[in-house]
Design a protein around this ligand. Structure first.
Ligand SMILES: Nc1nc(=O)c2c([nH]1)NC[C@@H]1CN(c3ccc(C(=O)N[C@@H](CCC(=O)O)C(=O)O)cc3)C=[N+]21
Length: 294
């Protein structure tokens, strides 16, 4: 068997076309969504991701507000920039690009973001709402994974899902999303303390690998016909390497590849969150009066 590909790039293009329409409708109400990004330091990977996010914004008509700070920035200066974006009406949603350089407390920075402008869904209030089942912006990568599976007709209800990785941006919130009543999956969350990862992956209907360890999942660890989603991205001399070994494709029914799978979906969900934040703002303001001067 050779697995079919879960084409995140194509699905992201469809989602972006839909968002372009929604941005147009917002413009008619006098609202322009604006994505802010806070990039600290000069990690080439982070720079490339942020640049990609602004390219995406330009494509769908979202304004961009890029803040770049040196790695030497003090906590107080970072706090000031976050406060500025919270107060800036042109910024309807923003992210603080992770990881932050050493010495800066990521959780502290995330906690200072206005929860209503949290385009990443990583503010503690919004993660708390995810636990409580209340509506809130959702973390982009987990949301993108669920959307990629759903729109390809892969059943989640009753599925045994093995998630590898317990990080704040992917594994942990993905477990919360998949176990909501609306998704109804059963989740096993594996991590570096798991004694026998293969014992868990071998019984799974869906494997989501978010460990950041190239080739971690090999074909012999996969149940024939399982769906495998690659979230690991490691830069090597030979290019990007995912967590799925090539042998997985001979066993799985579907594979979300690196590149072209979850990455483009993460970006599409960021745009979706920004548009949703702006739509929420527009509905609070109400429709603009059609009477001149009122
Ligand atoms: N506050 C914050 N929010 C994030 O969402 C966030 C972050 N920090 N820090 C880093 C991770 C990583 N991430 C990716 C997004 C897109 C691709 C992506 O588009 N990947 C392409 C390949 C791009 C390439 O060539 O490098 C693909 O898989 O096809 C990858 C990774 C978002 N992250």
């Amino acid at each position: 068997m050779t697995a079919q590909l879960l084409d995140g790039k194509a699905l992201a293009a469809t989602i972006k076309a839909d968002l372009t329409e929604r941005v147009r409708a917002l413009a008619a109400q006098g609202v322009t969504p604006g994505l802010g990004t806070v990039l600290v330091g000069d990690d080439p990977g982070s720079k490339a991701y942020v640049a990609g996010k602004h390219r995406d914004c330009a494509q769908v008509g979202i304004a961009s507000l890029a803040v770049e700070l040196p790695a030497s920035v003090s906590e107080a200066e970072l706090d000031d920039e976050i406060a500025r974006l919270n107060a800036d009406p042109a910024c309807t949603g923003y992210i603080v690009q992770l990881p932050l350089p050493g010495g800066l407390d990521e959780n502290r920075a995330l906690g200072l973001i206005d929860p209503d402008k949290d385009a990443d869904g990583l503010h503690p209030v919004n993660l708390g709402k995810l636990v409580l089942g209340d509506p809130a912006p959702l973390p982009c990568t987990p949301r993108g994974i669920v959307e990629l599976l759903r729109r390809n007709g892969i059943a989640l209800s009753g599925a045994e899902v093995c998630v590898i990785g317990r990080g704040t941006t992917v594994g942990r919130p993905l477990g919360l999303l998949l176990t909501r009543k609306s998704e109804n999956a059963t989740v096993t969350l594996c991590h570096t303390g798991t004694v026998d990862v293969a014992a868990h992956t071998r019984t799974a209907d869906i494997i989501v690998a978010a460990a950041g360890r190239p080739g971690l999942i090999t074909g012999d660890m996969v149940k024939p016909g399982a769906v495998c989603v690659d979230v690991g991205i490691t830069r090597t001399d030979a290019g990007l390497a995912g967590d799925l070994d090539a042998s997985v494709r001979e066993v799985a029914s579907w594979v979300a590849p690196v590149p072209g799978g979850v990455g483009p979906m993460t970006r599409a969900m960021l745009l979706t969150n920004v548009v949703e934040r702006a739509e929420a703002l527009a509905s609070v303001r109400g429709p603009r009066s059609s009477l001149p001067g009122i």
